[in-house]
Design a protein around this ligand. Sequence first.
Ligand SMILES: O=C(O)CCC(=O)C(=O)O
Length: 298
Amino acid sequence: MKLKMGEVELELGSSALGSLRESNDILSDTKALQSRMAEDGYLLLRGVQRRENVEMTRRFLLENLAENGQIDLETPLMKGVIKVGARGAFMGGSKALTRDPKFLATVESAEIMNFFEMFLEAPVLTFDFKWLRLIGQGDFSGAHYDMPYMGRGTRNLYTCWTPLGDVSYDMGPLIILEDSHKSPAMERVRQTYGQMDVDRDHVTGSFSNDPLEMIERYGGRWLTSEFEMGDVLIFDMFTMHGSLTNTTNRFRISTDTRYQRASEPADERWMGADPIAHYAWMEGKTVTMEEARRTWEV
Ligand SMILES: O=C(O)CCC(=O)C(=O)O
């Protein structure tokens, strides 16, 4: 099966694209989960969220999108079919959506908070800012680390990617570059790009939009999966990730939220009733990622 990231085709099951490993077998074993995170840089966990909670969040978002004329209502609302002419959008931080109890019912559910308390062996917090993405037809996310966007607090911080709908291969699921958090070939990337802060350094864009360039340079395979409502993919700040292209006429709706120990410093950009968020990224003189990569020699 051929899948796309941008314009680049990847054959599922080839040396370029494999499958993410599931970790449900060790779900109740904290030490084993911590070792697995250290080893793989991610945890794919099925059915951690209650499906009915995720469905409620999905319905709430789709009703809102329908009111704004973005959904084709000739088809069932819950399919999320894109109305002709409507586009994907980044809706991170939208208070009307991401502060609503119907949204928080998923990303701040007892199930996910309890999971992180168990995994981090301490009381936890989640950033008040929530990233919400509407991935339209032809859209994908370029490869990046999360560190440059939220690295001002503890290093012991995790992203939880939650699909707010079932996501088949052709709807643009997340992809992770195998061993990118620890491979010696990527050490210099971690030491340069990984130390960057987008609001301080004014560097634009993703690390790469070309998955094959990355494999040729750094080795490893891209890994992906299909997802169902309830599944989560949790990963480290130095795990290189992006997404496949959504080639369907349905929105891929997902949220990515962050969790850490409550006692450790949190990146102030994402906390409080009115998070500052990115205050200087893409403003003033900016350096392209191509330029930055040449300087870093990565
Ligand atoms: O959902 C996506 O396409 C990108 C998500 C992402 O970059 C993240 O979870 O950090």
